[in-house]
Design a protein around this ligand. Structure first.
Ligand SMILES: Nc1ncnc2c1ncn2[C@@H]1O[C@H](COP(=O)(O)OP(=O)(O)OP(=O)(O)O)[C@@H](O)[C@H]1O
Ligand SMILES: [Mg+2]
Length: 257
């Protein structure tokens, strides 16, 4: 469980990127932070693994204040995937995936099996990508490897910052579907950042809609569609027709010609 209590971040230049944010992510929940560019999503995410330090408020992981952990140990215990993927170019795919387990000194005799299991899990089992370098992969393959690496040490908590950001719509949808199925099986506690409302609604158990460093609404996708908190949320949902039928949400894009 992750708890943010009145969390804020003022950067040294005075920018208040995050102002007084409070939310709880339950065990096994996929919680999405969604909002337009610059609203503070990445800053919020990075405060959870202390890549950025808070300037106010408290963050607890399983009831313990994150400031009581060594930041490096904390970071290794939490999976992290980012939009730019961030694979190390000088390491093979296999070594990139095994980076954190290796740092955690997991048994190296298991590493071959661990890597092939991970590749299998994200639908790359058939090819022999293990010994390739990131430069030899397509964008979609790199993003899959990024997700693999975030999950490789089997962390209970995973932070994901626009992990499918730079993909064409078809590959993106495919990866979202695979990821959704994977999460149903793995039940990680995930904070997932996106600016894409469709992605948020499709993947999230609950969403927090952010604007200018604050959260304007937190709820399940169905409740947000049924009861948008204000005009900003309505506008954010505005480009689509969302039809709720029981637990299913159908999404149609509105096209004006
Ligand atoms: N190191 C920094 N110093 C000063 N201001 C910063 C710094 N990093 C980010 N900011 C500002 O903080 C605000 C929030 O940035 P953040 O990266 O959290 O936004 P975001 O919601 O992730 O946006 P995007 O969707 O574009 O990635 C922005 O106004 C940004 O310019
Ligand atoms: Mg960002």
């Amino acid at each position: 469980m992750i708890e943010l209590i009145n969390v804020g971040k003022a950067y040294p230049d005075g920018t208040k990127a995050v102002k007084d944010i409070t939310f709880t992510v339950k065990e096994g929940e996929l919680f999405v932070l969604v909002g337009t560019s610059g609203c503070g999503k990445t800053t919020t995410l990075k405060m959870i693994n202390r890549l950025i330090e808070t300037t106010s408020g408290t963050i607890l992981i399983n009831g313990t204040n994150i400031n009581s952990y060594n930041p490096i140990i904390l970071r290794r215990s939490i999976g992290y995937a980012i939009q730019q993927v961030g694979l190390f170019p000088h390491l093979t795919v296999g070594k990139n995936i095994d980076l954190v387990p290796h740092l955690l000194k997991r048994d190296s005799t298991d590493s071959g099996k661990r890597i092939s299991d991970m590749l299998e899990m994200v639908g790359l089992g058939a090819g022999s990508l293990k010994d390739k370098y990131p430069v030899q992969l397509s964008g979609g393959q790199k993003q899959r490897i990024g997700v693999c690496r975030a999950l490789a040490a089997d962390p209970q908590i995973v932070l994901m910052d626009e992990p499918f950001g730079a993909l064409d719509p078809i590959t993106k949808e495919q990866l979202q579907d695979e990821f959704f199925k994977l999460q149903r099986k793995l039940k990680k506690t995930i904070v997932f950042v996106t600016h894409d409302i469709v992605e948020a609604i499709k993947l999230g158990d609950r969403l927090a809609i952010m604007r200018d460093g604050v959260i304007v609404q937190i709820d399940s996708p169905v409740n947000i569609i049924k009861n948008p908190a204000n005009d900003f949320v309505k506008q954010f949902l505005g480009g689509y027709n969302f039809k709720v039928e029981g637990d299913t949400i159908r999404i149609e894009k509105i096209v004006t010609k």
